[in-house]
Design a protein around this ligand. Structure first.
Ligand code: WT7
Length: 661
């Protein structure tokens, strides 16, 4: 198989992939099945017959200071509680128990820096650093329940900071490094964070961004934020340090005591808040707790990736600032005692073959990446990965957005050499852990389908009209049974939590916000979001938050943002913008608007396309009809325009678009 992918037979790779699409199904190889942790499909029935027994078996693979009394408390849906009465500590489970079992020398992370540096961090190293930093946080006045913000690049200290919080029961609130300092401030304000851990500067493709200085410009005097801890990483010379507020990470660690026993915490103690985008402009603080979350991520990480901690080298190429990083770079892998690769940089620096160089150097066996990255590699050509020895890989994963069958096959052939099963994993920030996925030693996969729910998870596709299961065709994807790693609430917004997820079809049906269809084998095919959430390269944004950033520009009167389908990024932001008075659109204005969005949200949210509009299509009640804007942006025939207040708006827009092209 591997040599057909190189095009040796004379037909193009393209033609071969086309032929393979017709085969459609991929069985795990007998060799993979033989060695897999799970290979008996009966596991699905067993878990379905008694989900609580299944989940408590999973919880038993963790260390508990006190065993739980009740597996699931469902007395007040949708406010479910798991493993109540139980006490444990996430950092103990991720570190101490491995070190105590004599595995302290095992590498937790092979960290690879942008400039070719390599740092191997063992479990014993992490335990030492985490205890010091946990004590340092206590010395800074952080108490159980206090929120700690974390705004760090992909360096080992981000893991140390997260685990130190978990050790003392201070929920962390990590903000992805690609978000702007303004977004950091907003999130620190919403969560009333007491401490923020950040960095002198971040390196990106050979350049250095002065993170601390930028944070200072935006943080203002946030009453609630008492301390900023600064990690030295990029070697920036003049880091502004405010007296009485700012401290150096290495100094506070050096001054702290070395031993910090892990705090026994209630299973439902908050572990972290992670802000994500919803339908409105204000981000939602997804709250995850201790026992259920760790049970969910440890079990899924072990079985979905068929993890053999003694021999596997696992690489999740996401950023810790997203849920993928929380669950599958930090908590799942560490709970399972895995050895991971941690990559600091971009996929094209110092060169476009760097990922494959890292796979070859680390002998990585499992790679978990996003479809947008795979599509980018396809564009760069199969010659780059083929220059490296990728024979160590045995399993590939995909996450974040639907993977188109062609990209799936390319991944399978060119990266996986035709021998690695692919797990296309569907889940969300809210679900905490993977929900719909193949089990690599059991499931026959179909390119483009996330296949079936993980054992113990119940999913359905239901009709939008009456909530009844849809036999064929598309509908709303719902989860119909609580699961341990589910979000517990939206931080400080319990009504919004109920309203967003549990109002449409009752308090026991979690409406995920995606449309999906099932096929006759019961496989799920995820179509995409049904709300005003856009998925750009697997990064989740709300149209409303981008709109509110755009209208902050003084020359803008109104803006409507849509997700336009995009070959590279899945969806791309297109913005229809109406300017004030007689102002004319120009290239400078496009750049300025992009600048405002970068400043308010982050560079990754900048519109790919701005379309000047004299007016926007609105219903009689004044609601913008995005469906029509999508039709127009994607060059389709217009849908029904009769409900518009002024149907001539569409004709004008169409001619404006043509002029621009
Ligand atoms: C949304 C959640 C899951 C961690 C990263 C994103 C989309 C996610 C898949 C997949 C099709 C997917 C959905 C979902 N999505 N994985 N395998 N196939 N779509 O987490 O930022 O909370 O976004 O990502 O639309 O609702 P998130």
């Amino acid at each position: 198989m591997a040599d057909t992918a190189t095009g040796g037979s004379g037909t193009s790779l393209e033609q071969q992939l086309d032929q393979m699409l017709e085969i459609e199904r991929f069985e795990p190889s007998p060799a993979f099945k033989r060695d897999a942790l799970l290979s008996d499909p009966a596991i699905y029935e067993q878990a379905a017959a008694d989900p609580q027994a299944w989940w408590s078996r999973q919880a038993e693979s963790l260390d508990w200071f006190e065993r739980w009394e009740t597996v699931l408390d469902d007395s007040d849906p949708p406010f479910y509680k798991w493993f109540t009465g139980g006490k444990l500590n996430v950092s103990h489970n991720c570190l101490d128990r491995h070190v105590e079992a004599g595995r302290g020398d095992r590498v937790a992370y092979h960290w690879h820096g942008e400039e070719g540096e390599v740092r191997d961090v063992t479990y014993a190293d992490l335990l030492r650093d985490v205890q010091r930093f946990a004590n340092a946080l206590k010395d800074l006045g952080v108490r159980q329940g206090d929120v700690v913000g974390i705004y760090l690049p992909m360096i080992p200290e981000v893991v140390v900071a997260m685990l130190a919080c978990a050790r003392i029961g201070a929920p962390h609130n990590v903000v992805f490094g690609g978000f702007s300092a303004e977004s950091v401030k907003e999130r620190m304000e919403f969560s009333e964070a007491k401490v923020l851990v950040t960095v002198d500067g971040a390196r990106r493709k050979g350049k250095t961004a002065p993170i601390k200085a930028t944070v200072d410009e935006h943080m203002g005097d946030l009453e609630t934020l008492k301390t900023i801890v600064v990690v030295r990483h990029a070697g920036i010379a003049d880091v502004p340090m405010a007296d009485g507020r700012d401290v150096w990470y290495d100094e506070v660690c050096a001054a702290a005591a070395p031993d910090c026993p892990a705090e026994p915490l209630d299973a439902e103690h908050p572990l972290f808040i992670l802000y994500t985008s919803g339908s409105t402009a204000s981000p939602k603080g997804i709250l995850h707790t201790t026992g259920g979350y760790l049970t969910g991520v440890a079990a899924t990480h072990r079985y979905v990736f068929d993890l053999k901690p003694e021999s596997d080298v696992y690489w999740c190429a996401a950023d810790v600032g997203w849920i993928t990083g929380h669950s599958y770079i930090v908590y799942g892998p560490l709970a399972n005692g895995a050895t991971s690769v941690m990559w600091e940089g971009a996929p094209d620096y110092p060169h476009r073959g760097i990922w494959w160089e890292v796979v070859e150097k680390t002998r990585a066996t499992i790679l978990y990446a996003a479809p947008t990255a795979i599509r980018t590699f396809i564009k760069w050509g199969h010659e780059l990965p083929e220059r490296h020895d990728l024979s160590s890989l045995r399993l590939l994963g995909s996450v974040g957005e639907p993977i188109n069958p062609k990209a799936w096959l390319w991944y399978h052939q060119v990266i996986g050499g035709g021998r690695c099963p692919i797990v296309d994993t569907w889940w969300q920030t809210e679900t905490g852990a993977i929900m719909i996925t193949p089990l690599p030693g059991i499931t026959e996969t179909k390119p483009g389908s996330a296949t079936t729910p993980f054992p113990g998870i119940r999913a359905e596709v239901v009709s939008e009209a009456d909530g009844r299961p849809v036999e064929s065709g598309q509908g709303l994807l719902v989860l119909t049974q609580p699961w341990p790693s589910m979000l517990r609430t939206l931080y400080r917004e319990p009504e919004r939590f109920v309203e967003t997820y549990f109002s449409r079809l009752g308090k026991e049906t979690y409406v995920v916000g995606d449309a999906a269809r099932t096929d006759r084998d019961g496989y799920f095919w995820i179509i995409g979001r049904i709300d005003d959430v856009v998925n750009v390269s697997g990064h989740r944004l709300s149209t409303a938050e981008v709109e509110s950033a755009i209208v902050a520009h003084e020359k803008v009167a109104e803006a409507a943002v849509i997700g336009q389908s995009d070959e590279q990024t899945g969806q791309a932001i297109a913005a229809f913008v109406t300017l004030q008075g007689d102002i004319e659109g120009s290239d400078e204005l496009v750049a300025e608007i992009g600048g405002v969005v970068a400043e308010r949200i982050g560079k990754f949210a900048r519109p790919k396309r701005i379309i000047w509009a004299d007016d926007l299509p609105k219903t009689r009640s004044g609601k913008i009809m995005r469906r029509l804007l999508r039709d127009i942006a994607e060059g389709r025939a217009l849908g029904d325009v009769t409900t518009l207040r002024d149907p001539s708006v569409m004709a004008a827009l169409e001619s404006q678009i043509q002029e621009a092209q």
